[in-house]
Design a protein around this ligand. Structure first.
Ligand code: GDP
Ligand code: MG
Length: 193
């Protein structure tokens, strides 16, 4: 397969608690992608801390995005958070993410297939469920949005994590998936897809 890629999927604690494991896995299989590793894990805070990038660039990006959402929804950033600097806001969101991702068990899957990284991002849909397309996992199963999440000082509950880029996928697979738990096998459907 030419563009064969591996990517990491985490069904986040809200997805597990809402009983969506089966439906999410079914959508991945239906698309023709191959599950090559599958396990339930209750992450420790250090694991989640290592999962999200620690670069200044990523932290500022997420802080900037969060700040824009505060403004868009008419929330007073300074009053609500006491912060204005994108980097400081990004650090705060990172803390919310650690709380969220350790609030219950997750299901961790390694998915392989043609353009698997982009395919899974498409299946997942936009980060903000309220804006995600119908037909995507986030669009079909959630109405959470940044305004509510920011007001409640928590991460947006959007059911699933999926690696965004080949670099992210490589780091995340390295962190979450040991080689002996990833299985290479053949799907008969690969012949006809
Ligand atoms: P993803 O790759 O689509 O999950 O999105 P990002 O990598 O940009 O963000 C990581 C996670 O941080 C998201 O899945 C959300 O749970 C959370 N998040 C992102 N942006 C915001 C925001 O503006 N406010 C809040 N409260 N959480 C956010
Ligand atoms: Mg991301």
């Amino acid at each position: 397969m030419n563009n064969e890629e591996k990517t990491l999927v985490l069904i986040k604690p809200d997805g597990v608690k809402r009983g969506l494991i089966g439906q999410i896995i079914a959508r991945i299989e239906q698309r023709g992608l191959k599950i090559v590793s599958l396990e339930m894990v209750w992450a420790r805070p250090e694991q989640v801390d290592n999962h999200y990038p620690k670069s200044r660039e990523w932290i500022e990006r997420i802080g900037q995005k969060t700040a824009e959402n505060y403004e868009k929804y008419g929330l007073d950033l300074k009053k609500e958070l006491g912060l204005e600097d994108p980097y400081q806001i990004g650090l705060e969101v990172r803390k919310w993410l650690i709380e969220y991702m350790t609030s219950g068990p997750m299901v961790k899957a390694v998915v392989s297939g043609n353009h698997a990284i982009e395919m899974i991002r498409q299946l997942a849909g936009s980060t903000m469920p309220a804006q995600a397309q119908i037909g995507t996992i986030r669009g079909d199963f959630s109405i959470d949005d940044a305004a509510r999440a920011n007001r409640e000082k928590r991460a947006i509950r959007n059911i699933i994590h999926a690696s965004e880029t080949p670099e992210e996928a490589a780091n995340e697979l390295n962190l979450w998936a040991s080689a002996e738990d990833v299985f290479d096998y053949h799907l008969p459907a690969e012949e006809v897809m």
